[in-house]
Structure formats: C-alpha cells, structure tokens
Design a protein around this ligand. Structure first.
Ligand SMILES: [Zn+2]
Length: 332
C-alpha cells in the first residue's frame, strides 16, 4: 500500500475511527504521526541556525482560520513548494472539539498546560498528550532555538484584530522577535503579568522556548474566514519550517508595534457578575480613569485606576473564580 500523504493523514485527524500512525515523505524530509493531530516533520538535513518549531491550531475547536491557514502550508509542503529544513511539530489541539465545532467539550483546554495536574476530563487527557508530544520534541533538539506559536481567533472584534500574547516568564522576548511578528502582520503585543497555564506558556515556562499565543481576528466557521490578512504570518511560519533563523541576532532596537502590559486581571467572584459596558465591546477599547468596569456581590464595584486602561477578553459568563477579562495599559 502506498504511504499516505501528509494532507490525507492530517484530514484523517478529523475522523476518530482512522489510523493514528501514518508516516511518509516530504520534500526535504519525512513526517511521522504520533497520535491524533500530532505530526512531527523531520528534515533530512537540519540547517545550523534552524529553529525547533511548534505550531498549534484548534486548541479551541471553533477557531477555524488558523486550521485553514495551516492547511495551506501543509498543501505547499506536500507540493514541494515549501521544503522542510527545520524540525517541526504540528498540532491540532482539540480534534474532537473541532469536529463538534465547539470551543471545548468539558472545560477550557487552554488553562490546563501545567505539569502534575490530575483529572480525566477529555481536555485534561488531551492536555497531557500534547504536553508529552512537546516534551519529547524539544528534548530531541537540545541546544537549538525554540519557537512555539499557538494560533487562535478571538470571540469579539478588536481595535488590533491580530495581536500576540507573550506569556509570563522571567525574561521577555527580544525586540527583534516582536518586530518579526509585526512584519508577519501582527498589529500589537500583550505581555502577561503572571503565569497562566496556556499552551504557549507551557513551552516558554518548561522549555525556554519563545512562545506566543496569536489572536488572529474573529471566530468564524470553516469556509467563512478571510485568510488574506493571515498570509504574511503563513509565509513567516513557512520560512521557519524551511530553516530560517529566529532572527534574534538582528539589531535589538525599538519594538515597532504597540505593546501593552496587563495591569489587572478581573475574576468572576459571584453569580451576579456583570460588566458595565456592552456585550460586544471590542478588545483594546479604552476606558477613562475611574470608569466603572463591572461589579458583583463579592467584589463590589471594579473601577479603572488612575491611568486609562483598555479591556481585553471580557467574558462575564466564565466559571466562578475564573478570569472574566483583563485591564491592560500601553507600555512606553
Ligand atoms: Zn482560542
């Protein structure tokens, strides 16, 4: 029997009854499937300065644009238009949620990437599979620069439709990397202030990778996405897959896009939690000093501090104790 193509194996990921152990060849190397939606690309020859690249999509099952964008790259790999030159791990985060066209099945997968967690929900089991795949991949490429881009789309509009979230870590990303992302069509950066157990944080925290969560426009169903604004990012990802260096030796200089830092995390503490603004307020909308942000029976009123702050990811319907939104401030 002929060995399956990468595209066929990738599409099989959407069918739970299919084989999960495909392998085959590509221009410049080979691919091996390690599980459902877990594909390692192995170049025949690895460039000296090539990066160990992890690209994940579909961690939230209804965020389809990144899945379509990666599909284009897979087609270009298979056609030989992209030639493999870097060790690469491609991950479909939550195949079951993608098939069901839902954000998640039991709980938000992108809060579970922490070692030592117990639990057997579908997302907890999947988080462990994905962490194991990343551990195995990075440990096979010691001493090489590491990059993990976790691609998402947001539930709401944004004043910066495409932005990069830098998970909290001891050291922040160099300006050259922010500027590479800017060149790839990202429009703003957001620095996290504390550990949050997202997938990109996992690679940064446990593997010292350059890790980012990329928010790439609005959630839409398959076929309804406009990929044009995302293609510069697709091209950048393809360059890294072909063996381009991370670009960190470029002169450091100034970050060329707006950067924000988290000033405050808002949590939902009581059933009656509500925001003071419209449900469809765009991400990065600015509130003036002292403005009412929201309230609930436990916290009372939540207000903006002495400087204007912007609202990111407001969601009043999260579980009790979970993050309901962020207040951020422009850096510099
Ligand atoms: Zn998401």
């Amino acid at each position: 029997m002929a060995s399956p193509s990468l595209i066929d194996a990738w599409l099989d990921t959407f069918d739970p009854s299919s084989s999960m152990a495909a392998a085959g060849t590509l221009a410049g190397g080979a691919f091996v499937q390690h599980g459902r939606g877990i594909f390692e690309l192995r170049p025949t020859a690895i460039g000296q300065r090539a990066v160990a690249v992890v690209i994940s999509v579909g961690v939230h099952g209804d965020e389809t644009a990144p899945i379509e964008l990666l599909g284009e790259t897979l087609a270009r790999l298979e056609a030989g238009l992209v030639r493999l030159g870097a060790p690469t791990l491609l991950l479909l985060g939550s195949p079951e949620a993608v098939v069901r066209a839902t954000r998640y099945i039991d709980t938000n997968l992108n809060r579970l990437f922490e070692r030592g967690r117990e639990g057997t929900s579908p997302e907890q089991l999947r988080a462990r599979e994905l962490m194991t795949a990343v551990d195995r991949f990075f440990s096979a490429h010691q001493g090489r620069a590491r990059l993990h881009l976790d691609l998402h789309t947001a539930i709401r509009d944004s004043l910066h439709p495409r932005f990069a979230i830098e998970p909290f870590a001891a050291t922040s990303s160099p300006a050259a990397l922010w500027n590479a992302l800017h060149g790839a069509g990202l429009q703003a950066g957001l620095r996290q202030h504390a550990h949050s157990w997202t997938f990109s944080h996992y690679s940064r925290h446990y593997h010292e990778a350059q890790g980012f969560t990329l928010e790439l426009g609005r959630v839409a169903p398959f076929g309804a996405n406009d990929l044009a604004p995302l293609r510069p990012l697709g091209a950048a990802i393809e360059a890294w897959i072909e063996g381009a260096p991370l670009g960190l030796d470029a002169s450091d200089g100034e970050v060329t896009m707006p950067l924000y830092r988290v000033a405050r995390e808002i949590t939902r503490e009581a059933e009656d939690f509500r925001f003071a603004f419209a449900d469809d307020l765009a991400n990065f909308s600015e509130l003036p000093p002292g403005a009412l942000v929201g309230a609930d029976a436990v916290q009372g009123e939540i207000r903006v501090g002495e400087r204007p702050q912007r609202v990111v990811f407001p969601n009043p319907r999260v579980e009790l104790g979970a993050r309901a939104g962020l207040l951020v401030e422009r850096l510099g």
